[in-house]
Write a protein that binds this ligand. Structure first.
Ligand code: HDE
Length: 709
């Protein structure tokens, strides 16, 4: 019986608490000294017979394995999955039948392009790979946070990856698409158009792995116990909503905290804020295969949710951090070909290639064919077959025979029938000539790129144009820049004109564009019904303070934030204790030099005359406010704290306060800047500030470009 604890229990057999009393060699011999090598005389050469020295160095010399060729940088977490209701009608997969069953999972989130030590917040697709340890064997859903892909056929994958990785001669740039070879590739491959729109959108800058969607991308199949198949696409949606960073912020975080997303995931799980994602499927009857103006096997196309709604069928909770990064997160091996009965493939040509590539890459990355024995990769279902040798084999199979059929080993292990749980491939009827071609509908490169563009909110459109300016603006070759502009003229003429303005090439001579006028609001993060803007759960709020702060203000706001599930940090010039105007004290969590506004979701400034007089003289405090303002984050201030916002010269913002000796302006919430001065308004402040934080960003401020950041 597989349950929530099964994988943990299996891993327990391999865990070792390192606090043993004596240091030993790998042969278990106690070591007498590990600091000084064995020498011929105090000043003589080191002796070869110092086996401890040799073992220690040799092991160290071999401590690296090749990083993944893509998705090298990742972070993992354990958890479990639970289905809402039996999916018997659609699939025989056992982990999708019983709502009481908790199937253990291991998830690895990743960036794609950067090397293992690169920064988290680069503009990139994010991997979202899930290993379900089911009673039928391991099922891997190896997805991304963008529902489509750059190319239509796996044979182009090496070209794509060679183009986007750092350039051949100098290995520049790291973890970035903003260079000539990538945009050359884009301009040579119009099938990229739709994916580029997504990659230049806010989707490529997730605020947190806990706040991004996941997609299976390729078309798969559900097959029920009667052998009926249906096409499916898989989706994950985070219960915290879908939220992103802004580009300037993302770049700064890459310096301030390159581990931003990794740390966020780790800390959330450590604090018990377990990330949760709903699992959804779009299900398509086989008879509807040709009903659409796109080919359902084309991985550069979504199935718009308006046409094929998502059925939300279960929930995944990530509740445990790995014990050891290398053993688990680095050595985990995902493969889209790892399926269980009830889940099958489609002829999507990208998927077909993926089915080959993952096992192949793992053979070299994990050095041989026995990597399924590495604890994190072991299924919970028993393994029995005749594959027994090869590097790093740990299992000791007893008996004489390693072939089938046999008479010396009771003819076991034997193949199972479908009724006994044997995997029966879906009996799809296939006909055709051997040919290098794709169906006609694959050639429509622009309609869904336009659909995506049409669906964006105004701020999202602005971000895409700015992303083009950054990415294409970094391309040295003007011909490539021009080719990109011309390519996107096929998507939307106005978009092409806007791109051209920022990248130093002329706009297209003739305004073009796809005729598509349809929208699909759920592809927009802002407009999507899958996003959530009514919770402040797990958000980080910076409280900027100095000596003389108003203790009542701080404790009230902290209480309200914590009640909503947010975390507040006190930030000041120095670490240590601050004294309030009424004599209490509070510990500073971070100093200006150890943190920055970009690492927080919102900023609050409490009252206190001395407090604000001090903050007004600190460029770092003013910068904190300015930067948060420019990144459209909620700002809150009460009492004299409002004076700091005023000192930061925030344009066109209305503040609460005294307008004249006898006129007091009450609580104001203007474009996410929430201020309260009178005691009465302060009681309403918490709710107003919390609402502003739940909204995440206040884009109407973006036009205030005069504010420095
Ligand atoms: Fe992958 N991909 N991929 N990919 N992919 C790998 O496998 C590949 C694609 C994805 O956290 C590699 O073990 C080909 C789409 C994730 O360990 C490799 C093609 C999607 C991860 C590989 C694709 C993905 C990988 C590198 C085009 C979203 C990281 C290391 C046909 C659905 C998994 C490894 C982890 C990793 C091949 C395209 C997702 C080389 C040939 C589309 C999340 O096998």
């Amino acid at each position: 019986m597989v349950d929530e604890k099964s994988k943990d229990e299996q891993l327990e057999m391999f865990r070792e608490d390192p606090e043993r009393e004596f240091l030993t060699t790998n042969q278990g011999v106690r070591v007498i000294n590990t600091d000084i090598s064995l020498k011929a005389g105090e000043r003589g050469p080191t002796l070869l017979e110092d086996f401890h020295f040799r073992e220690k160095l040799t092991h160290f010399d071999h401590e690296r394995i090749p990083e993944r060729v893509v998705h090298a940088r990742g972070s993992g977490a354990h958890g479990y999955f639970q289905v809402y209701e039996p999916m018997t009608e659609y699939t025989s997969a056992k982990f999708l039948q019983d709502p009481n069953k908790k199937t253990p999972v291991f998830v690895r989130f990743s960036t794609v392009v950067g090397f293992r030590g690169s920064a988290d917040t680069v503009r990139d697709v994010r991997g979202f790979a899930t290993k379900f340890y089911t009673e039928d064997g391991n099922y891997d859903l190896v997805g991304n946070n963008i529902p489509i892909f750059f190319i239509q056929d796996a044979i182009k994958f090496p070209d794509l990856v060679h183009a986007i990785k750092p350039e051949q001669d100098n290995q520049i740039p790291q973890a970035s698409a903003a260079h000539d070879t990538f945009w050359d590739f884009v301009a040579c491959h119009p099938e990229n158009a739709h994916m580029i729109m997504w990659v230049l959108s806010d989707r490529a800058l997730p605020r947190s792995y806990r706040m991004m969607q996941g997609f299976g991308v390729n078309t798969f199949r559900f097959v029920n116990s009667e052998g009926k198949g249906r096409f499916v696409k898989f989706h994950w949606r985070p219960l915290l909503g879908i939220h992103s960073l802004v580009w300037d912020e993302a770049q700064k975080i890459a310096g301030k905290d390159p581990d931003f997303n990794r740390r966020d995931l780790w800390e959330a799980i450590e604090m018990g804020d377990f990330p949760e994602y709903e699992f959804g499927v779009q299900i398509l009857e086989e008879e509807d295969e040709f009903k659409f103006d796109f080919d359902i096997l084309d991985p550069t196309k979504i199935w718009p949710e308006e046409d094929v709604p998502i059925k939300w069928i279960g929930k995944m909770t990530l509740n445990r951090n790995p014990d050891n990064f290398f053993a688990e997160t680095e050595q985990v091996a995902f493969c889209p070909a790892n399926v269980v009965p009830g889940i099958d493939f489609s002829n999507d040509p990208l998927l077909q290639g993926r089915l080959f590539s993952y096992l192949d890459t793992q053979l070299i990355r994990l050095a041989g064919p026995n990597f399924h024995e590495i604890p994190i990769n072991r299924p919970l279902a028993p393994i029995a077959n005749n594959q027994r040798e090869g590097y790093h084999r740990t299992k000791i199979n007893k008996g004489k025979a390693s072939y089938f059929p046999n008479t010396v080993g009771e003819n076991l292990p034997r193949p199972a029938s479908a009724e006994e749980g044997g995997y029966a491939h879906y009996m799809e009827k296939v006909e055709g000539k051997i040919i290098r071609a794709r169906s006609e509908k694959f050639k429509d490169f622009y309609s869904q790129a336009k659909l995506f563009w049409n669906s964006m909110s105004e701020p999202e459109k602005k971000h895409i144009i700015e992303a083009f300016h950054f990415e294409v603006g970094k391309v040295n070759d003007k011909n490539i820049r021009k080719a990109v502009v011309d390519m996107f003229n096929n998507v939307d003429g106005d978009l092409a004109i806007e791109i051209a303005k920022g990248v130093g090439v002329p706009a297209p001579e003739k305004k073009g564009g796809s005729p598509v006028t349809k929208e699909s609001p759920n592809v927009s993060q802002e407009r999507s019904e899958h996003t959530v803007k009514n919770t402040i759960k797990t958000r980080r709020i910076a409280i900027i303070a100095a000596n003389g702060y108003n203790h009542n203000d701080v404790s009230q706001v902290m209480q309200a934030l914590e009640a909503g599930g947010a975390k507040a940090h006190i930030i000041s010039k120095h670490q240590g204790m601050l004294k309030s105007s009424s004599g209490e004290s509070i510990e500073v969590d971070k100093s200006y030099v150890t943190t920055a506004s970009v690492l927080y979701d919102a900023v609050y400034i409490p009252g206190g005359k001395e407090n604000v007089e001090t903050l007004k003289m600190q460029g770092d405090a003013i910068h904190f406010v300015n930067e948060a303002f420019r990144h459209c984050k909620p700002l809150g201030a009460t009492g004299e704290g409002v004076e700091l916002l005023k000192a930061a010269n925030l344009p066109d913002i209305q503040f609460a306060g005294k307008e004249s000796a006898d006129k007091e302006i009450p609580l104001i919430s203007d474009k996410g800047v929430v201020t309260a001065v009178s005691a009465e308004d302060r009681s309403a402040f918490n709710e107003s500030f919390t609402t502003a934080i739940a909204k995440h960003r206040h884009w109407d401020r973006e036009k205030k470009e005069q504010v420095p950041a």
